[in-house]
Ligand binder design. Structure first.
Ligand code: TXA
Ligand code: MG
Length: 341
């Protein structure tokens, strides 16, 4: 059932559902989450079950923004044992917003959400409907809300309430907060290794993080310690049913020319390019689709575009390789994973 997130009564019902230990489809500025009370291991177990996600893959716990003069939200102290200085700088710079920090976990807190690890992923989102739910839930004794993206394990993340309903059916309560502004999941920085380590690129870029914390951001490949299990960082992820391939504009045109001469026997192909395309296709089975030419717009549209092209029943989705520029890293990352499936 989809309820309007602008309705205060719907927000109250959502918070009450969380306090009861039920699941909730929750809008955030990045993607919609499948939410449950992070303080209840049985509620969190339902998330893993509904998603078909292995229960040792850690989830992100969402906390309400800080009140008054405080810089660090109260929920952080609830779930994290310590906050290193550079992590606090990142909190001041980017929260509420699309950044997740991995922090040392407070003993006994959020064990199921953390997938058994001794760290916890915390995020303070900015979406007004999400913030209203988190505040209301805190009043009911729910101090953190575990929420992975609201999609079946390995599939494309949802950026509208309707996407969530199509993944989990009508029985799930979903708050509609409109289409997500950011469109790809939060940037994740591991703050448990003494230096900041980028685990997942997102809308907040490397450069912005380095500037805010005043030190270089490492990549996880620079680090000796093994990575924690992390499904958003698996090689093959975010996959539609059709096979995704990345190609340059020149490769796309070459492939189109080949298809043209095979008319009649060609498989259904959807081709997604940035901005208006000069591509020419002779096959009626080829669908050309223009995506936004700016990194922010492309991120916002990415998952909805993949879902839409997939729903046309094509066997192949050929996507133009995104630009190399730093602000395209999140989109590049998601497309490479979609293509690896
Ligand atoms: O934008 C987002 O972050 C969305 C929205 C709903 O907030 N949430 C999201 O959650 O993407 P999820 O559960 O799909 O992403 C969880 C990822 C894991 O795959 C892992 O990469 C990282 O967060 N993570 C969470 N807790 C961790 C931990 N304790 N140690 C290492 N990585 C962790
Ligand atoms: Mg996910």
């Amino acid at each position: 059932m989809i309820l309007d997130g602008a309705d205060p009564l719907a927000v109250l019902r959502a918070a009450q559902a969380l306090a009861r230990g039920d699941l909730l489809g929750l809008p955030t500025e990045t993607v919609y989450g499948l939410a449950a009370d992070a303080g209840s291991d049985t509620a969190v177990a339902q998330i893993f079950k509904a998603k078909g996600r292995p229960s040792d893959h850690p989830l992100i716990v969402h906390v309400a923004p800080a009140e008054g003069d405080a810089a660090v939200p109260a929920g952080v102290g609830h779930y994290a044992a310590t906050v290193p200085g550079f992590a606090e700088k990142l909190i001041r710079a980017f929260w509420p917003g699309p950044l997740t920090l991995i922090l040392p976990r407070r003993a006994g807190m959020g064990a199921a959400a953390a997938g058994g690890q001794d760290s916890i992923g915390l995020r303070c989102p900015s979406h007004p409907v999400c913030v209203a739910v988190l505040r209301q839930a805190a009043d009911l004794g729910v101090f953190g809300v575990a929420a992975p993206s609201a999609n079946q394990f390995g599939r494309v993340s949802p950026t509208t309430a309707a996407h969530v309903a199509s993944e989990f059916g009508d029985a799930l309560l979903v708050l509609d907060g409109g289409p997500c502004e950011v469109g790809i999941e939060s940037t994740i920085v591991d703050c448990t290794r003494g230096v900041p380590v980028l685990l997942r690129p997102g809308a907040i870029t490397r450069g912005q993080i380095e500037q805010a914390c005043g030190q270089p951001l490492r990549g996880k490949d620079d680090m000796a310690a093994p990575d924690p299990r992390a499904s958003g960082t698996l090689e093959a992820h975010y996959a539609p049913t059709a096979k995704v391939r990345l190609m340059t504009a020149a490769e796309l045109q070459k492939a189109l020319d080949l298809l043209g001469s095979e008319a009649g026997r060609t498989p259904g192909v959807a081709i997604a390019v940035y901005a208006r395309s000069a591509l020419v296709s002779l096959s009626p089975k080829v669908m050309l689709h223009a995506m936004p030419a700016d990194a922010e717009g492309a991120a916002r549209q990415l998952f909805a575009d993949l879902r839409e092209l997939d729903s046309c029943g094509v066997q192949l989705i050929w996507v133009e390789t995104p630009p190399e520029a730093a602000d395209w890293e999140g989109v590049r990352d998601r497309l490479q994973r979609a293509a690896a499936a």
